[in-house]
Design a protein around this ligand. Sequence first.
Ligand SMILES: NC(=O)c1ccc[n+]([C@@H]2O[C@H](COP(=O)([O-])OP(=O)(O)OC[C@H]3O[C@@H](n4cnc5c(N)ncnc54)[C@H](OP(=O)(O)O)[C@@H]3O)[C@@H](O)[C@H]2O)c1
Length: 211
Amino acid sequence: MNIAIVGSGNIGGALGLHWAKAGHQVMFSGSRNPQKLDALVQKAGAKGSAGSAAEACQFADVVLLAVPWPEVERVLAELEQTLHGKILIDATNPLTTDFIDLAIGFSDSGGEVIARRLPEAHVVKAFNSVGANIIQAESKMFGGIVPTLFYCGNDVAAKQVVAGLIADSGFDPVDVGPIRSSRFLEPLEQLWVEVIKSGIQEEFIISLLRR
Ligand SMILES: NC(=O)c1ccc[n+]([C@@H]2O[C@H](COP(=O)([O-])OP(=O)(O)OC[C@H]3O[C@@H](n4cnc5c(N)ncnc54)[C@H](OP(=O)(O)O)[C@@H]3O)[C@@H](O)[C@H]2O)c1
């Protein structure tokens, strides 16, 4: 699969490297620092390349959006023509500019804003509620448990593709319904912040235990 990374920071850089390792062709983009992109391409080896965000989206079947929320509208306005028919994974959280709260909630969500903005794309919300340290880790295992990665979206076929990419990055994909469920996934990131504030020092993830 050809994957575009738009926003090659903590989340985009790490997921791009996991997907390259899993055998996908990955184009990194969306950084203001070309050396950062070069370093990612070097790490990805033959499966990696870098380009402008528009080039990456043209090349891709699947686009990972991993830029700060205030950048989302600018990025989508630039890329919307290249996203028709593509799967867009929305990893963003619609945070306020001081990063301490959600800017949207209860009756709407960032995932829904993006899905309305891109009616020709298949938007799937995923990876927003897991800390970058866990996404970056080589092993995702917590003891013997593969942790949950929740995702949601309206297009069943697109969600199947994204579930495969979630598994390729080491998580257990759990489908939590239509894109409207972003209203519940985005506050999970806030819960994650509150857990850190409670003083928990160990690496952790918010996961679903089943038996
Ligand atoms: N960090 C987490 O634990 C975490 C977890 C889940 C979801 N998220 C969400 O994922 C998204 C990305 O988070 P991240 O931690 O990967 O952020 P990050 O490390 O700062 O990476 C953001 C990427 O967007 C690029 N970018 C383009 N224009 C930018 C601008 N004007 N200002 C700032 N960055 C710009 C950055 O470019 P440069 O390379 O030039 O900096 C970078 O490549 C956010 O929406 C965040 O809420 C984060």
